[in-house]
Design a protein around this ligand. Structure first.
Ligand code: NAD
Length: 261
């Protein structure tokens, strides 16, 4: 439990990779702030389970990642109620798959807000608290799409390349402050986000479900297996160890060999 006494905010942690981060950080004793949408009862169950696992406070904050003032208020609440934040993970994300001429502008704006701009507001609010302590860990869930492109995902790929740029820039800005800034770039991870884009891809490419699974999703992943959320979380935990203090400004692929091809 090497994170006892530390607090972590994880955006978009009511589901998928974010929830896996929350469980892994709680297992190391951290006070976890979870965030995201979903069924109130289910979220409360998760929050209570995290508190039990960590033996520390676990909070749920409903901040909407399209609203900078709510992001700032979440960081302030964490600071006032449990201290820190010592660690922040920008993870909330949505996807929409369509050709540019069919891409609804409101989806484009939402993807940039949630997947990219929210990270900037989160980090902006958290960095002063980290500088005060002389210790901090800043992590984003980027994507293989922060490094390479695929058709019909203009907004997502713009946002993820933005996260890669933010990571490098903020790493330089905080390099002498005891803070590291890194991003993790998964290939296809088996979560609701992937499952939910199957129907859109079927429509935009005129394919069956099986064709999308084998010829689109896993076509790019040489291992022919989805990455699992707890494997992504294990990498984030490593980045918080003292042994990882020299790792900053890095973009870690965890993609079954996708970007090696
Ligand atoms: P998911 O759909 O399971 O989880 C997304 C989370 O974001 C949920 O908790 C949801 O409530 C939250 N969220 C959505 N809109 C929000 C908003 N406006 N404000 C606050 N929270 C909001 O998805 P996931 O697959 O776990 O994705 C998590 C991150 O990982 C995303 O940034 C995604 O781009 C990235 N990623 C996923 C994969 C994959 O294959 N699943 C691959 C690479 C990168």
């Amino acid at each position: 439990m090497f994170l006892k006494g530390k607090s972590v905010i994880i955006t978009g942690s009511t589901s998928g990779i974010g929830l896996a981060y929350a469980k892994a950080f709680a297992a190391e004793g951290a006070s976890v702030v979870i965030n995201g949408f979903g069924d109130e009862g289910e979220i409360e169950k998760e929050r209570a389970a995290l508190a039990e696992t960590s033996g520390a406070t676990a909070l749920y904050d409903a901040a909407d990642m399209t609203k900078p003032d709510e992001i700032e208020a979440m960081v302030k609440r964490c600071h006032d109620e449990i201290g820190g934040p010592d660690i922040v993970i920008a993870n909330a994300g949505i996807q929409h798959v369509a050709k540019i001429e069919d891409f609804p502008p409101e989806k484009f704006e939402a993807i940039l807000d949630i997947n990219m701009k929210s990270a900037w507001y989160l980090f902006r609010a958290a960095v002063p608290h980290m500088k005060e302590k002389g210790w901090g860990r800043i992590i984003s869930t980027a994507s293989a799409h922060s490094l390479i492109a695929s058709p019909n995902k203009t907004a997502y790929i713009m946002a993820k390349h933005g996260i890669a740029g933010l990571t490098k820039t903020l790493a330089l800005e905080t390099a002498t402050d005891g803070i590291t800034v890194n991003c993790i770039s998964p290939g296809y991870v088996w979560t609701p986000l992937v499952e939910n884009q199957i129907p859109d891809t079927m429509k935009s490419r005129g394919m069956t479900r099986e064709q999308v699974m084998n010829d689109v999703l896993l076509a790019a992943q040489p291992t022919k297996e989805f990455v699992m959320p707890d494997e992504v979380a294990a990498l984030a935990i490593f980045l918080c160890r003292d042994e990882a203090k020299a790792i900053t400004g890095a973009n870690y692929s965890i993609d079954g060999g996708w970007t090696a091809a």
